[in-house]
Design a protein around this ligand. Structure first.
Ligand code: NAG
Length: 310
């Protein structure tokens, strides 16, 4: 508001999802429930994977890691968004915005690399079933996971390194509920053409390439599975189908947002809600509802609890 012309922006204002008080309260209730389910569902999976010896295989360890990341991912944006529904104006400091961008891309990057590791894990399980446990040993799993964290970090630090150099000298209204790179870049008072080009190549093309690699991998896996006997492989097929569902849910919106940051569409906010809030809550359900091992582990966990009535 004051001395806008010369000073740099010290905070951003979120436009949020609604302005009407009743709609805001309605959204608050809905998204609180969704976020609660995200936290409970994902932490339940992490707990089950940790405590159930039946699930101590690379595939479930990777699923546990994905659930943990989903929990972190939605916790970067959801609490601030929920608070926004209760406040008249929802603001975030410049530093807060930059850290949100950093963690958002850090965790998002790890998730995408983790999906590739999960595809590789399924590849080994299907093409080398007998050597699966020796190939996907603890050292390799930990090594690949570390690589995905390093990859996510590099991706994110490059993104943030570009953004902190941009001058912000006035407009600070973000038409969203979190600091999304394309919109933050748009507020900068400089020609952002080169920056947007860098972003498209850092986020957009990398995501698109990973997505294509994953689609090809799973097509090869499904083709191999279809050639096998139907009953024997039905479990493997259902596992692959849930992986493909998750891959599509994560990549679709990501590619939609980052492959064309030069323009904004009216669908953008809906897509943002989809991949920051909805996708993380869906993953646990996609895996647990489709997976018999998980269902058994959960049933076992329930039975262990002391019963109140005999
Ligand atoms: C992540 O994977 C590693 C290595 O397989 C495993 O030791 C760890 O328990 C997993 N973490 C979670 C939260 O499942």
């Amino acid at each position: 508001m004051e001395e806008e012309n010369n000073s740099t922006v010290s905070e951003f204002i979120f436009g949020g999802l609604a302005t009407d008080l009743e709609i805001k309260l309605f959204f608050f209730a809905i998204f609180l429930a969704v976020y609660g389910a995200t936290v409970l569902g994902n932490l339940l999976i992490v707990g089950i994977v940790a405590y159930e010896p039946l699930l101590h295989t690379p595939m479930y360890f990777l699923l546990g890691n994905l659930s943990f990341l989903d929990f972190c991912y939605s916790s970067i944006t959801a609490p601030k968004m929920l608070l926004g529904f209760l406040l008249r104006t929802n603001t975030i400091t410049y530093e807060g915005c930059i850290s949100q961008i950093f963690f958002f891309h850090f965790i998002g990057g790890i998730k995408i690399f983790l999906l590739i590791i999960m595809a590789y894990d399924r590849y080994v399980a299907i093409f080398h079933p007998l050597r699966y446990m020796t190939i996907m040993n603890g050292t390799l799993c930990i090594g690949l996971l570390c690589a995905s964290w390093v990859g996510g970090f590099v991706h994110s630090i490059v993104q943030v390194g570009i953004i902190i150099q941009l001058p912000f000298c006035g407009p600070n209204m973000l038409d969203n509920f979190y600091c999304d790179v394309p919109q933050v870049v748009k507020l900068s008072c400089t020609n952002t053409f080169v920056v947007e080009l860098l972003m498209v190549s850092n986020s957009g093309l990398v995501t698109l390439m990973c997505f294509i690699v994953l689609l090809i991998s799973y097509s090869i896996l499904l083709a191999k599975l279809r050639a096998g006997s139907a009953t024997e492989w039905s479990k493997a097929i259902s596992t692959c189908v849930s992986h493909i569902t998750v891959v599509t849910l994560i990549f679709g919106p990501c590619i939609y947002i980052y492959l064309r940051p030069f323009r904004t569409f009216s669908m953008d906010k809906a897509v943002s809600v989809l991949y920051t809030v909805i996708t993380p809550v869906l993953n646990p359900f996609i895996y647990t509802l489709r997976n018999n091992d998980f269902k058994m582990a959960l049933a076992k966990l329930m039975r262990k609890k002391p019963k109140l009535t005999p």
